[in-house]
Ligand binder design. Structure first.
Ligand code: NOJ
Ligand code: MG
Length: 582
């Protein structure tokens, strides 16, 4: 071949490669750092002791400061608040406690100006019993009568009994008698949260319309609540639902663990419902332009089922099926092998071409600093923010807020209040929902009111955002440094290798051809560790420098270190960056 042709071919090759790379440009959400706001507890603008939308708007610049791409807000829609907003009585209205639709529109306007995207919490499994749809369903209104799951019950020896042994997540039978309709209705959560009947096409269309309504308001996506509960098994020819088989770990028939939930969660139809919603979102994008709208789905299911929510070869699903591996299966005493296995399990089971996501906390679980100890807070933020894909941070975790002990008298969470006092602390989600600690002022700067809906942490004078701004190695400042790193090519686009060096040390290597290599190192327990990174990773550059250190380090940012000998103090975590590109 003449050299002219060789040259032409080479040019063509370069063009093709360039086009290929461009085609693979990541969508906005694929490298995004998400932040969950629990609006009741974030910022109160009107002094009633409950956070609100204006409060959120006033703190958008803070979200920007800490590098947040998008925030998902727990529900702020019209609700009697039996489950603090997860019992919605009107899916297209703002609850006055949180403000008005104008406040929401103002939030949208300001968030667009600031470049922070808003994700709405979509609660499709149930409504409030005060929702007009339920009220009409209970009246047998022909349009709504099959909107929910109803059953007349079983007559045994002349006595009417609940239809079967199904148990509610919040304790007790999942069936509640309705005097008006003279039937039982199903509620997998609180009795004020009747479950929708997703086998009714009208319900499906009503849900699609709710999605369209909020898309029209300019939101960038939805966090979908409790999706694995959406379908129940179809009733048999007589309209009956089978008992669920018994579990043997409790004899308490009111405990959710009493039965094995094979008919009330994870039904095969459920991922298909999510695919349908994805079509609604994609169609909206086609019609209205703009960036991809996303679905983040909450499903506490076996990992193989979680993966189905991503979609399959013929249908797109949720971009972000929440990865709860680190919430469900990681404990205070888990060793580095355990961490590595959990992380790699997600990466290896994820269908090809999909994006990973990492979640360590939310408003339903004890705080990270309480589950793993406050001294491991920075470690978790490092892990979350240096793994490949997107991260989801629950508000307050960036400043290392910990659970607040709440007395039985002050407890308001229905999951705890539904039972006896004994053991309420294990059921209650209140400790992780206390007001955000902004400063050392009244109510931690959360509210100017006399009272707050949940008590403010007694530690707020010491642990608050304002103070952390002034401390160079505070949780806040480490979080911010990590966020800056996420903009680097390697952390955005690089490969990831996650390995345990031994039982104590976990390492995450991020590398990209012709670019810097990053290594996050975590010493999980209390021994001093000397590690040779070459023992587990091949082709490592010889020299690294510290780019993120914590207050446990004797090393400083910028210090150089050989890959053959890195010393880690007890519970120390660091991020290293190679001094040259490889
Ligand atoms: C999951 C939510 O995160 C939780 O707070 C709520 O109680 C249930 N779903 C019911 O909506
Ligand atoms: Mg308020």
């Amino acid at each position: 071949m003449s050299s002219k042709w060789t040259l032409a071919l080479a040019v063509l090759l370069v063009i093709c490669v360039t086009i290929h790379v461009e085609a693979k440009t990541k969508a906005w959400w694929e490298t995004a750092s998400f932040y969950q706001i629990y609006p009741r507890s974030f910022k109160d603008s009107d002094g009633d002791g409950v956070g609100d939308l204006k409060g959120v708007t006033s703190k958008l610049s803070y979200l920007k400061e800490i590098g947040i791409a998008a925030t998902w807000l727990s529900p702020f829609l019209k609700s009697p608040m039996a489950d603090f907003g997860y019992d919605i009585s009107n899916f297209t209205e703002v609850d006055p406690l949180f403000g008005t639709m104008e406040d929401f529109e103002e939030l949208m306007k300001k968030s667009k100006e600031q470049g922070v995207r808003i994700i709405l919490d979509f609660v499709p499994n149930h409504s409030s019993d005060e929702c007009e749809w339920f009220v009409k369903s209970a009246q047998n209104d022909p349009e709504y009568k099959d909107y929910y799951i109803w059953h007349p019950g079983r007559i045994v020896n002349g006595t009417r009994l609940v239809p079967n042994n199904w148990v509610s997540v919040f304790r007790g039978s999942a069936w509640e008698w309705h005097e008006g309709r003279q039937e039982y209705y199903l509620h997998q959560f609180h009795k004020k949260q009747p479950d929708f009947n997703f086998r009714n096409p009208k319900v499906r269309e009503a849900m699609n319309n709710i999605l369209r309504f909020w898309l029209n308001k300019g939101i960038d996506g939805f966090r979908v609540d409790a999706i694995y509960h959406a379908f129940e098994i179809a009733p048999d020819a007589e309209g009956n639902y089978p008992d669920e088989p018994r579990n043997d770990w409790t004899n308490d028939p009111d405990d959710y663990g009493y039965v094995h939930h094979i008919y009330t969660v994870d039904q095969p139809e459920t991922p298909l419902l999510v695919y349908e919603w994805r079509q609604v979102l994609d169609q909206f994008q086609k019609d209205h332009g703009g960036d991809e709208r996303i679905l983040m789905v909450e499903t506490w299911s076996p990992i193989e089922i979680v993966m189905e929510y991503y979609g399959n070869s013929t249908a797109e699903g949720a971009q972000i099926p929440f990865n709860f591996q680190m919430i469900s299966y990681l404990y205070n005493d888990s060793d580095a092998y355990h961490y590595a296995n959990l992380i790699n399990e997600w990466l290896s089971k994820m269908p090809a071409g999909r994006t990973a996501n990492w979640v360590v906390g939310n408003h339903d679980k004890n705080r990270v600093g309480s589950r793993f100890g406050p001294e491991r807070m920075d470690m978790f933020n490092m892990l979350l923010l240096t793994l490949p894909g997107c991260s989801v941070t629950y508000n307050g975790e960036e400043i290392g807020m910990t659970d607040v002990w709440i007395s039985w008298q002050e407890t308001v969470d229905p999951q705890a209040c539904n039972g006896v006092e004994e053991g309420y602390e294990y059921r209650s989600r209140d400790p992780a929902r206390t007001p955000f600690q902004w400063s050392d002022e009244l109510n931690a700067g959360f509210s100017t009111g006399n009272e707050t809906w949940l008590p403010v942490s007694p530690d707020y004078k010491r642990d608050n955002l304002k103070r952390q701004r002034g401390i160079s190695l505070s949780h806040l400042n480490i979080f911010k440094q990590l966020q800056l790193l996420r903009a680097e090519n390697t952390l955005r686009d690089g490969e990831a290798e996650v390995k345990a060096l031994n039982a104590d040390v976990l390492a995450v290597k991020r590398s990209l051809y012709n670019d810097f290599t990053y290594i996050t190192l975590m010493n999980i327990f209390d021994s001093v560790q000397t590690v040779n990174l070459n023992d587990i990773f091949s082709n490592l550059p010889i020299e690294f420098q510290y780019v993120v250190v914590t207050d446990k380090s004797i090393r400083r940012k910028g210090d150089k270190v050989s890959s053959t000998k890195v010393i880690l103090l007890p519970k120390e975590a660091v991020v290293l960056k190679s001094t040259i590109k490889v």
